[in-house]
Design a protein around this ligand. Structure first.
Ligand code: PHE
Length: 351
């Protein structure tokens, strides 16, 4: 067989190899130990010197050509394989988010974040205190006299040790005043506990407390601060407020703040109408409380306020039943919960 027709045959074999395995078979068939070109090389030994020279040169060229062709085909097959893999493994990052179940932020957490955002803007920092408290921080320091009926009103959970579960976050007023020097401007949020359970009461609920102590603090500071707060929180720039006299042992004078609403046809609307809705308790810190916490009432005064976080969350987000907050029903959560990627912000900037 001439080198010419062998070249054609091997070339067809190589070019027909559609993957690396069959290309390797072609290489073995041509250049392997028992390959066609190898056979030709072997046959050179039986030739006379003249024909060995010319035929040998031809076979060498054939060998080089075939080796080059195999290398080229190998490259081409590898590239093809890579292209196929790249298109197979492509990820389309422009795909919309898939419909997978994802977690959501509980309305209480969301509301707390909103409260922090608003009060941080007003220069408040966040303070904390323990859930398990003692009589001193929950009552005595806050000017609840021994045997005072206000103590019973709190439906306190007691431990055999005499410790108790805090009934309000006002305990953190005490802890803050005993460890910090005025000026003080803190909020505190957390769990509070009272032995009570019905449509509007759960044994555990959340409160937010605010405390400001400085050397020229008046009731008008309290009013302005709380008006700014509710307008910002409920996102109603002209929300009406009203202060009614009230009683708390730890504030004097004490007040309850109402916001304007309408209850027409049994539907509650905030910021319109001429009805009122109670929203929080507040007052000027009682001089006895300042004294109990080591602050001189002749030099410093301040105001405090406290509110139920579930209550304001229910009003803002139209959640009708308090108890559902704690039922861990994922359908409720996915309805009332918040997207973790949406950071709370305030729509109204109050200067
Ligand atoms: N601690 C009070 C309560 O639980 C609320 C309050 C806090 C009132 C601060 C006045 C000042 O009802």
């Amino acid at each position: 067989m001439s080198t010419q027709s062998l070249k054609q045959e091997l070339t067809a074999l190589i070019l027909n190899a559609k993957d690396l395995a069959s290309l390797d078979e072609a290489r073995v068939a041509a250049l392997g130990k028992k390959g066609r070109i190898t056979d030709l090389m072997k046959s050179l030994g039986t030739m006379d010197a003249e024909s060995r020279k010319t035929f040998g040169a031809e076979v060498n060229i054939l060998k080089d050509d075939i080796a080059t062709l195999i290398a080229q085909q190998e490259d081409a097959l590898k590239r093809q394989e890579m292209d196929a893999r790249l298109s197979r493994e492509t990820i389309d990052i422009s795909l919309p988010p898939r419909n997978v179940k994802k977690g959501s932020i509980h309305p209480i957490s969301q509301t707390m974040e909103e409260l922090i955002t608003i009060f941080a803007d007003m220069g408040f920092t966040v303070a904390e205190g323990p859930d398990i408290e003692d009589d001193f921080h929950n009552f005595t320091a806050l000017n609840f006299p021994e045997g005072h009926p206000a103590r019973e009103m709190h439906d306190t959970f007691y431990f055999p040790s005499g410790h108790l579960l805090r009934t309000h976050t006002s305990t953190v007023q005490v802890r803050t005043m005993m460890t910090q020097k005025p000026p003080i401007r803190i909020i505190c949020m957390g769990r509070t506990y009272r032995s009570d359970y019905d449509m509007t009461h759960t044994p555990m609920f959340h409160q937010m407390e605010g405390l400001v102590i400085d050397d020229h603090t008046t009731m008008s500071h309290l009013k302005a601060c709380l008006m700014d707060f509710v307008r910002s929180f409920f996102n109603i720039a002209d929300l009406n407020v009203r202060f009614r006299p009230s009683f708390f042992p730890f504030t004097e004078p004490s007040a309850e703040m109402d916001i304007g609403c309408s209850r027409k046809n049994g539907e509650l609307k905030l910021g319109v109408g001429d009805d009122w809705l109670e929203i929080l308790g507040c007052g000027m810190v009682h001089p006895n409380v300042l004294k109990n916490c080591g602050i001189d009432p002749d030099q410093y005064q301040g105001f405090a306020f406290g509110m139920g976080i579930e209550r304001i969350a229910m009003l803002k987000y139209g959640i009708p039943d308090l108890r559902t907050f704690f039922e861990s029903d994922t359908r409720w959560l996915s309805h009332y919960g918040f997207d973790p990627l949406n950071r709370p912000n305030r729509a109204i900037k109050i200067s």
